[in-house]
Design a protein around this ligand. Sequence first.
Ligand code: MEV
Length: 447
Amino acid sequence: MKKSISGFSKLSKLGKLKWLVENFFKDPERVMKDLMSYWLHDEEKQKIIDGFSENTISNFYLPYGVAPNFLINGHTYCVPMVIEESSVVAAASSAAKFWLSRGGFQAEVLSTHKVGQIHFCWSGNDQLLYDHLDRMKEVMLNRTSNLTHNMRMRGGGIVEIALLDFSNQEPECYQLHIKFETVDSMGANFINSVLEELSEVFNKYVQEHIDSNGVEIIMSILSNYTPECLVRAAVSCRVDELGEQKGSLNAHEFARRFQKAVRIAHIDPYRATTHNKGIFNGIDAVVLATANDFRAVEACGHAYAARDGKYRSLTDCKIEDGLFKFWIEIPLAIGTTGGLTSLHPMAKRSLELLGHPDASTLMMIVASIGLAQNFAAIRSLVTTGIQHGHMRMHLINILNRLEATESEMKAAILFFKEKQVSFAAVRDYLAQLRSEAQTEDAVAIPT
Ligand code: MEV
């Protein structure tokens, strides 16, 4: 057994796989066959997927589902969702249908700026940096104009450069805080390339005009915190239009309990984390389906949820003048061109399904899904409880694992309607059902 290796990355895909199965698995041939069974038949597409990462040996599948009936700003969308958790797509679809007949989702993009930072150390008089700032900015914009040309042609580019002083928190620490507009692309590569170039121009300027030693550039990188790339999505209706809910809850009682649940997620970070996790169930699923960066979106959303120093709900709810209002405000740095969005074969299909949206439209769709997901979760929590819906999906997963036939599925769903679902209970029920069927068959065979 050789658990370590040098030059692994240089091996062919088959070579990597062979080394792996021979050194880490008991039945190399079977495992090799298994891992290869997930390769795509279309070699071209497989090559594209392999190109996204390194040391790829196989593909890891996640379900690709759709949530229909999302009425957003008057357009109806069928929204692609990639997620492994059961009930999420069902919950989004059910919330979409609920709001379809109540005016749908109203969404607007509030701002679209992204942020890049050049962190540097400076031991000289900082007033000198401030005195030169305007001239420095001019030079920096000019000297990076080649890099920003295409983006500027599309309406984007560098929007603002500010000098920030962190030296009272960490000796000699300063930052150039740079705002970007990246139009329909998420823009990570663009921002990082421009930042690296800007940092060189900046240092050169300081060397030539302020101090020949220049500054010490520590790092140049975008910030995934983009509170000014903000979108809002909202639903509202008269309280009585909410209708009677499961558990014989009338509309007013439901609205009151719903609002309380949202308030709790504003005052208690323990609840807020679960509440926001539910929101990201929906958001991540669409972000993934469109091959956007879900880690960036998550990191930013959680930082935003803690923007006033306490981690809180990303959604809000108000009952005012007989109206139920529920909304989300969330930063979403996502794109519809560039990066994987235009490379991943399934992302291309997702964007086609959504009608080739621009980045702002995608932000509004994603925020609406997050809101819908949160609506569905809270609606379950304050009425029947979450397990009710979950258990049905859980039951179906168990039945699939036990290779239940369609008629066994139907019988089991009916049988477990009001009963606790567990793997053992379903296994025993199926065994009973199958043995009864066998007895019946035996009786039916004429002797
Ligand atoms: C489960 O993935 C998500 C929920 O826990 C969200 C919530 O509690 O609001 C149902």
